[in-house]
Design a protein around this ligand. Sequence first.
Ligand SMILES: [Zn+2]
Length: 230
Amino acid sequence: MLRSMRYGEADRILHLYTPHRGRTGAIAKGVRRARSRFGGRLEPYFRLHMVLYDGKSDLMTVTSAETVSGHPRLREHAAALDSAARACDAVSRLFATPEPHPGVFALLCNELALLDAQPAMATHANQLAFRLKLLLAAGLAPQLAGCAVCGESDHLTSFSGSAGGVVCSACEASAFPLGREAHAFLTGALASPLADAPSPSEVALRQADRAISETLEHHANVRLRPALPG
Ligand SMILES: [Zn+2]
């Protein structure tokens, strides 16, 4: 579950991310009553097995819900909880339609399970690694192996969101400087599991963050919340 909002006297509207129907909305009727049959199961960042009734309205109705994982440890750590919220928000905005992306579902499950198993993983590097993998799933991974304008493989000193990747010193007109460490982070985070993403210096993370943000803005028209609380 990505998000939950109060609705009417006792109901909640849920934003869900599903493996086969992408992002979808559902209403849980009576869930806020003391003796609701859903108990405390319908909370954000829960992984659930749900039965949904697809009626005539825009929202499906929750018929039943079983907890696969409630991620209880994640909830005891402010930074992990915040990272979970940012990860869900990023999925919600970048994959806002019912188009199925089972890989995105699996990636979000991995991220929430990782934050629950190791709340100390809730770092800037982890959030950026997660966003990079979302870009890859959206077909928008930045070009990192050669200049995105001319193909040159040396002197890759800058990054251009509009060109869609790293650029060489001859093509850097609309680009900003991207150091070797930031470049290595982008390449390494895309190539390794979330739990093994590199953790470079804060300077490199800021450059990588800008590269990801500009890629999202130029190619997906999406502006996400900052990857770290400001
Ligand atoms: Zn070039």
